[in-house]
Design a binder for this molecule. Structure first.
Ligand SMILES: *Cc1c(COP(=O)(O)O)cnc(C)c1O
Length: 394
């Protein structure tokens, strides 16, 4: 019997250039983004310029985490304590955390069997709740029908905030994920598409939102040192009514991200080759249901989901685990290691049940696809899962 030996949490090394630049920053001692000489643009500001170019957004702000990017984006977009906000019920814990930190009141929207936002439920809840914000998580890289979502936002006057933690580099109908809403948030935490340990970005084309976000991130009124921020006149309008919440990225992490950005598109292709090996190995196998991706979606396959069609899913997770394949199951009653569900966020009080979401998550199994795995590794992983699923299928 095949046994898989590699770690599901081992990322690749930082590119040599990033290590060299990081050492130079350490030698200089100038790690703070505003610790610059006259006319000098800090590594963090250069990174903002480069990411804005990559994303094709007017403005970019680098911050300390994806969760901070979301909190800042929501505040800068005008969410106030007590405001309702639509949010998909399938997402990672920093998303409800950011909503809670801003005092937002979530109205959770169902997902379908394809993990995409349920458009009918979104429309119904937009109409019934009167919410003026929608925090859309492209969870695990699945991008819903953006035309339908934009039409609903337009009809009900809703500000769309995109959580692109799993769609950095992805596109929908040729347009980059993150360029559909008023503001987009990204994470550069170790398990995302670029790795600075912790970190994040916010991008927008809206100059007032961008200026507020810079002040919120803690600019100490040194905003003119940013790389992709609006002009002084925009800051003068808002700078005294926007608080400093200290979430600045530093030059050390910026150097290692700059070195990775040049490789991002190539890495997205490498992820997809691995994803497709998993897909091929699992498609049509007993006890496993693969959901086909949409043609209009240029996804980044940094993780893989399938529905387990076996009576005892914990037994499948355990059997694969024993053979070195680490699966996550979203159907468990208790959140474990990165899985969580809306009913784990009890700080919001009781929320209306979401039967479709629960039904989908009850059979949802997820695995990470680090780039330290080869394409052959992914075929081996698929074979192990398929063997165990066939054995356990009634
Ligand atoms: C990782 C992640 C975030 C942000 O996470 P941080 O750890 O705060 O950078 C946001 N949304 C989703 C869906 C994520 O997976």
């Amino acid at each position: 019997m095949k046994q898989f030996e590699k770690s599901f949490t081992q990322q690749e090394a930082i590119p040599a250039q990033g290590i060299k630049d990081a050492v130079a920053i350490l030698e200089s001692g100038r790690i703070h983004r505003y610790n610059t000489g006259p006319g000098e643009l800090a590594e963090t500001s250069l990174l903002e310029q480069e990411y804005a170019d990559y994303q094709r957004a007017r403005f970019c702000l680098a911050v300390t985490s994806g969760g901070q990017a979301m909190q800042i984006a929501l505040r800068a977009a005008g969410l106030r304590p007590g405001d309702k906000i639509l949010a998909n019920a399938y997402t990672l814990a920093p998303v409800p955390g950011a909503i809670h930190a801003c005092g937002g009141v979530p109205v959770f929207v169902e997902i379908g069997q394809d993990w995409l936002t349920d458009i009918t439920d979104l429309r119904a809840k937009a109409a019934s709740s009167g919410a003026k914000f929608f925090m859309l998580s492209h969870m695990r890289g699945h991008i819903a029908d953006m035309d339908a979502i934009l039409a609903i936002c337009e009809e009900f006057g809703i500000t769309l905030v995109e959580d692109c933690a799993h769609t950095m580099g992805a596109k929908w109908q040729g347009k980059r994920s993150g360029n559909f809403g008023r503001v987009a948030c990204f994470s550069t935490q170790t398990y995302k598409h670029m790795n600075s340990g912790e970190g994040g970005f916010l991008t927008t084309d809206d100059e007032e939102l961008a200026a507020r976000a810079v002040i919120l991130s803690g600019s100490y009124m040194l905003y003119e040192r940013h790389g992709a921020a609006p002009g002084d006149e925009v800051f003068r309008r808002i700078r005294l009514d926007t608080p400093n919440c200290s979430a600045r990225l530093d030059n050390l992490r910026a150097t290692i991200l700059r070195a990775q950005l040049t490789q991002l598109d190539a890495n997205c292709e490498r992820w997809n080759a691995r994803y497709q090996a998993l897909e091929e190995g699992l498609r049509g196998r007993t006890g496993v249901e693969v959901v086909e991706r949409l043609q209009c979606e240029a996804y980044v396959g940094s993780s893989f989901q399938f529905h387990a069609r076996v009576p005892d899913i914990p037994a499948l997770v355990a059997a694969c685990g024993a053979r070195g394949v680490e699966l996550k199951w979203f159907g468990g009653a208790e959140p474990v290691a990165f899985t969580s569900r809306y009913d784990s966020w009890q700080y919001f009080g009781t929320v209306d049940p979401l039967p479709k979401t629960l039904e989908t998550l009850a059979t949802t199994v997820d695995l990470r696809v680090p780039l330290t795995f080869s394409v052959e590794d992914c075929s081996d992983i698929a074979e192990i899962i398929a063997e165990e699923a066939a054995r356990l299928a009634a």
